[in-house]
Design a protein around this ligand. Structure first.
Ligand SMILES: NC(=O)c1ccc[n+]([C@@H]2O[C@H](COP(=O)([O-])OP(=O)(O)OC[C@H]3O[C@@H](n4cnc5c(N)ncnc54)[C@H](O)[C@@H]3O)[C@@H](O)[C@H]2O)c1
Length: 269
């Protein structure tokens, strides 16, 4: 799909959706650089992707760390064509003991949790874009990963939803700003995917809702999918990756500033 030989930098891609996006680009002949926070996880994921991949540790919310990562990409490949802003955290941070302070109800959210959600889910896209934009090739692409939580009110993840709505807005602003350089900027809103983010969310749901006590985390996830997804099944990282590849290809050459939900119809209801 004409992303052959393109150089693609994907943030937060050592697992989950980012890894799925990376696989889709590699399958189409692109060179892929994945970034994440943990060295061994990042290098293991890059090795799994094969010889057309490189792994770098970089916090996507830090312009200096991302500038360093971009320099390494330019040193090795001599160009940067696509940035995928995927890094984000769905609920509370990794540690399950932090669940009590999580983003679960607007009035209970502390300033710190609010700031953390905005830093991990919105500043990540801003800081990484700022580091990459001066070096993106003319006709290049930015693909932002938001969420269906960006598309309407969410009482369960209000800070996350606000951050992801910011990603939607940032997409449109950057699309206008970068159009003169023919850089296109588009956004994907994933629906429900069984990744680490949902493992954490279902742990939180189990802790907060006694009626779920006898269900496994996976069963809780499946029941949510069944309840709210018109097409009846969960989405996969490759479902997201296929659209990212399309956005970055010349087949989408007149598409910019667009927001597409890959959610089995959830956001239409
Ligand atoms: N899983 C879903 O159902 C779902 C739905 C909608 C949107 N999303 C979004 O998709 C993206 C990927 O989520 P996922 O489900 O694959 O989650 P995940 O937790 O499985 O993967 C996210 C990866 O990003 C990394 N990461 C987090 N913050 C980072 C940072 N500041 N710098 C670098 N790496 C960082 C994590 O270490 C992790 O490896 C996120 O932006 C998430 O909000 C997920």
């Amino acid at each position: 799909m004409s992303v052959d030989k393109k150089v693609v930098l994907i943030t937060g891609a050592a697992r989950g959706i980012g890894m799925g996006i990376a696989k889709c680009f590699v399958a189409q002949g692109a060179s892929v650089i994945i970034t994440d926070l943990d060295e061994s996880m990042t290098q293991a994921a890059a090795a799994e992707l094969g010889e057309n991949a490189m792994g770098l540790v970089a916090n996507a919310a830090s312009q200096s760390a991302m500038s360093e990562a971009v320099s390494k990409v330019l040193q090795r490949y001599g160009q940067l064509d696509v940035l995928v802003n995927n890094a984000g955290i769905g609920g509370p941070k990794e540690q399950f003991e932090e669940i009590s302070s999580s983003d679960s109800a607007l009035l209970g959210i502390t300033d710190d949790v609010w700031d953390e959600q905005l830093m991990f889910n919105l500043r990540t896209a801003f800081s990484s874009s700022n580091a990459a934009i001066p070096h993106l090739s003319e006709g290049g692409n930015i693909v932002n990963i938001a969420s269906i939580a960006a598309l309407g009110p969410t009482t369960t993840l209000p800070a996350y939803g606000a951050a992801k709505a910011g990603v939607v807005h940032l997409t449109k602003t950057l699309a206008m700003e970068l159009a003169p350089r023919r850089i296109r900027v588009n956004c994907i809103c994933p629906g429900l995917l069984w990744t680490r983010a949902w493992e954490i969310l279902t742990t939180q749901m189990k802790a907060n809702q006694p009626e779920l006590a006898n269900m496994s985390q996976r069963q809780i996830f499946e029941s949510v999918v069944e309840d709210i997804t018109p097409l009846g099944s969960e989405q996969t990282p490759e479902d997201i990756g296929n659209l990212a590849v399309f956005y970055a290809s010349s087949n989408a050459r007149m598409i910019t500033g667009q927001i597409v939900a890959v959610d089995g119809g959830i956001s239409v209801k």
